[in-house]
Design a protein around this ligand. Structure first.
Ligand code: NAD
Length: 264
């Protein structure tokens, strides 16, 4: 029997691959033989990961892209296919936490920014990748979140949670639509993972007033006692990208050390 997780000869687009979960996945997919096309609005970090992949004998390209801008996504994916000749795997992962604030304080701009990057960005990635994936079949993986389905103690995340729930609905709809083309679509739903995403999160001081106390500290996951790692996410993305998951589509998989069971 062959190695079901081999990605030799495959080409993957990874949005937001310059850091965090996208970086963990890009390195893991590259280790298994895939060429990695980074679509990131911050290309400097992606260029560093590209170099790391090339030092290990892999192939990679960086295409500066803001996933919320249709022309950039269309062009980024086109350039990726021109460079590597095909497309097999799409990891639609780029996202932000945005502003977390009580509903009355959350501005329309805050709402639009979060929904535009997280949900519209995912839609655009799938929309412009689909024609290429239809040629050979493939696998799409979307990074949603535990917030897409469960209500956590962290109130104020209404725009973020709505964007993450929207991604799950988009995943299910497209899984059905693309099934005849042998394209699988799944979502990963991470709990707290150690990345830099928090650095750009704006959290309103007024949230303290509405915070619901829970005994189990946020981020402390029952399985391990701490947040998950980008390498653990990379393993899950590899599983969903490879033939090891050949009959799995339309599913969201939690990667949260059982934390969401405490908060659902
Ligand atoms: P991160 O900040 O480390 O990485 C995000 C990457 O996305 C960066 O490389 C950034 O440049 C890129 N990016 C952001 N906006 C972009 C845009 N408009 N266009 C192109 N690239 C853009 O964060 P992370 O924690 O790795 O987050 C990745 C995904 O995981 C996000 O969708 C996030 O919502 C989700 N997530 C993270 C956690 C967590 O605890 N870290 C938990 C659940 C879900």
């Amino acid at each position: 029997m062959g190695n079901e997780q081999s990605l030799n000869g495959k080409v993957a687009v990874v949005t937001g691959g310059g850091s965090g979960i996208g970086k963990g996945a890009a390195l893991r997919l590259a280790q298994q033989g895939a060429a990695i096309c980074f679509l990131d609005r911050t290309p400097d970090n992606a260029l560093e990961v590209k170099k790391q992949i090339e030092r290990s004998g892999g192939r990679a390209g960086v295409f500066k892209t803001d996933v919320s801008v249709p022309e950039m996504v269309e062009n980024g994916i086109k350039q990726a296919v021109e460079k590597f000749g095909r497309l097999d795997i799409v990891f639609a992962n780029a996202g932000i936490n945005g502003v977390w604030a009580p509903l009355e304080e959350l501005t329309v701009d805050d709402w639009d920014t979060t929904l535009t990057i997280n949900l519209r960005g995912t839609f655009l990635t799938l929309k412009y990748a689909a024609p290429y994936l239809k040629k050979n079949g493939g696998s799409i993986i979307i990074t949603s979140s535990v917030n897409g389905n469960r209500i956590f103690s962290n109130t104020g995340a209404s725009a973020y949670s709505a964007s993450k729930a929207g991604q799950v609905a988009l995943m299910k709809m497209t899984a059905l639509e693309l099934a005849p083309y042998k394209i699988r679509v799944n979502a990963i739903c991470p709990g707290a993972i150690e990345t830099n995403i928090g650095e750009n999160t704006e959290i309103s001081p007024n949230l303290d007033e509405v915070k619901i106390p829970v005994e189990f500290p946020e981020g402390d996951q029952p399985l391990s006692g701490h947040p998950g790692s980008i390498e653990q996410c990379g393993d899950l993305v590899l599983f969903l990208a490879s033939d090891a998951s050949s009959h799995i589509s339309g599913t969201e998989i939690y990667i949260d050390g059982a934390e969401s069971l405490l908060r659902g």
